[in-house]
Each structure stands twice: as structure tokens, then as C-alpha cells.
Design a protein around this ligand. Structure first.
Ligand code: PDD
Length: 283
């Protein structure tokens, strides 16, 4: 069955959703997006995602076409029409359709597009073997805190990782770790959880915040502070977090073992806390 999508006020089959070629998202990458997980038919951390969307829209000066209740209605209806369950929702807003010019068009109306796909359960192989990552120089722009649809930098970085046989690129800027190509980064050092502080160099991840919240609630020592390349390379554990992949243990970095080369005890604990948290919300 084709997924049901939402485009500018209408629900329709995804393969019938079309946007004019003059849309500024297509021509200029002029838009922002969100990816929201859905568990048991319920949008997960919706308010946090909508708050980040509001921030991205405000920073790019694109008018927000809906208030939070309006967004909730559209997203819940889309989830329902697609059969609920565990899925991801992708939502994108561009500055709209206008003659091509870099300057903001005076009259364009934002284009709103939402689609949803099933979210496969975490691969059990990951808990056994983890994933591999490589360290790559962060070539992106200076406003990575905006969830922009202009993802060319991220695309090239992720592909650089794939080309080297790894799943993710961990990014380095001026000697410090920023994040992954499509994830945030944590390390475990002497039992303490460390992740870089928020700022313009990284996306304020919703999963990142939840991991910190769970650490706080369960008295796991945690700090938001810069991670040097050396600290990353000697870390006991490295994790990647994102809405679609949850928490991934990195067991090989640039071909070298991380810790004992298997998912570590702190990852196991946080993974369990995260799954428990999801299960409680669904209940
Ligand atoms: N990406 N950093 C970057 C650059 C990302 O693209 C993402 C997520 C994250 C993690 O954020 P969150 O925990 O809110 O998903 C960090 C999404 C999943 C994507 O582009 O598909």
C-alpha cells in the first residue's frame, strides 16, 4: 500500500504528492524539517520536536503555518491514516514557490509536506556487535543548530563514512567533536557520560536530551562539555543518538576497537532505560 502523505492541506497517496519545480526547497534548499518517531501509534516527544521546528522556522524567518494544536492534528491524522504502529514522521516546510532569486520572495506561501514510513525495530545485531564509525573533518556551515533541508555537507560526510566501510561519520571541527553526520555523539569516560554542549555547531538532538534526562533521573554522572579528538579516541564507549536509530554503540572507530570492541555496560544500561521509557509511554 502506498503511504499516505500530507501536502498543503490535503492528505493524498505519497506517489501523487507533487511540488512545483520553482519551490525554493527544490531550487535553493530553502527550508527546514523534522523527523519524529512514533511508537504504538503515538508521536514521541512531540512538544520537543515542535519547539525545535519553531526555532528552525524563526531562525530562517519562514512563517510557521500552524500552531502546536494544528500540527498535532495533522500529524496524528497522518499517523492514523497510515495505520499507526511504530513509524517515523518526516515533516518539511519550505519558503514556498517563487521565481528563482536568493532574496526572500515578498509573497510566497510556505509549502508544507509530511510523510511517514514504518520504523523497523532495532537490529538485534547492533546489541551484539555495535556499529563502526570514522572521524571526518566537519565541512558544514556555521548554523548546524538549524534543522535545514540543505544537507549536502551531511550527505557527503555520511557517504565518506560508507565509502570507508563504516556506518557513520563522527565530525571534528577545530579539534573538537561536534556530532555525527545525522546523529549526536556521546562518550563514556571513567563511568561518566559526556556530550558536547549545544551551540551553532550541532543540532540540539531530541534523543540527546532524553538520554541526558534519563542519566539525570537515574543518577548516572553526565556532563555537557567539549570532547577533544584524543578524548574520543581513548573513550571507554562511544554512542550515537538519533530519533530513528535511538542509541547506537560504536565499537570500531577508524578500524580500531572502542573499549573492548563490543557494546559496553553503560550502553546496555542506557539502552534498557530508553526501552523502558518508551514502553511506559505506550502503556
Ligand atoms: N537526523 N544531528 C544531526 C545532524 C541529525 O541529522 C540528527 C537527526 C541528529 C539527532 O537528532 P534527533 O535525536 O532529534 O533525531 C543530530 C534525522 C533523524 C534525519 O535527518 O533523518
Amino acid at each position: 500500500m502506498t503511504p499516505v502523505a500530507y501536502l498543503d492541506g490535503r492528505f493524498l497517496p505519497l506517489d501523487e504528492a507533487h511540488v512545483p519545480v520553482l519551490d525554493r526547497g527544490f531550487l535553493l534548499g530553502d527550508g527546514v524539517y523534522e523527523v519524529i518517531p512514533v511508537y504504538h501509534g503515538r508521536l514521541f516527544r512531540l512538544h520537543a520536536h515542535l519547539a525545535r521546528l519553531e526555532y528552525s522556522l524563526a531562525e530562517t524567518r519562514i512563517a510557521n503555518p500552524h500552531d502546536r494544536d494544528g500540527w498535532r492534528e495533522i500529524l496524528e491524522e497522518l499517523v492514523r491514516r497510515n495505520g499507526g504502529g511504530d513509524r517515523s514522521v518526516y515533516l518539511q516546510i519550505t519558503r514556498g514557490v517563487a521565481a528563482r532569486d536568493h532574496a526572500f520572495p515578498p509573497e510566497a506561501r510556505p509549502t508544507v509536506f509530511v510523510m511517514s514510513h514504518p520504523l523497523p525495530p532495532p537490529d538485534p545485531e547492533i546489541a551484539r556487535r555495535g556499529v563502526s564509525a570514522v572521524v571526518v573533518e566537519d565541512i558544514r556551515w556555521a548554523r548546524c543548530d538549524i534543522k535545514s533541508i540543505s544537507l549536502l555537507g551531511n550527505v557527503l560526510l555520511r557517504q565518506a563514512a560508507i565509502d570507508r566501510g563504516a556506518q557513520e561519520a563522527i565530525l571534528l571541527r577545530d579539534g573538537e567533536i561536534t556530532e555525527g553526520a545525522a546523529s549526536n555523539v556521546f562518550i563514556v569516560e571513567d563511568g561518566r557520560l559526556i556530550t558536547p554542549p549545544k551551540g551553532p555547531r550541532l543540532l540540539p538532538g531530541i534523543t540527546r536530551d532524553l538520554v541526558l534526562e534519563l542519566a539525570e533521573r537515574h543518577h548516572i554522572p553526565h556532563h555537557e562539555r567539549p570532547i577533544s579528538e584524543a578524548a574520543l579516541r581513548r573513550a571507554d564507549e562511544i554512542w550515537l543518538t538519533s530519533s530513528t536509530k535511538e542509541i547506537l554503540p560504536v565499537t570500531r572507530l577508524d578500524g580500531e576497537r572502542v573499549g573492548k570492541g563490543e557494546p559496553g555496560p553503560q550502553w546496555r544500561r542506557m539502552h534498557t532505560l530508553y526501552q523502558d521509557f518508551k514502553a511506559r509511554l505506550a502503556a
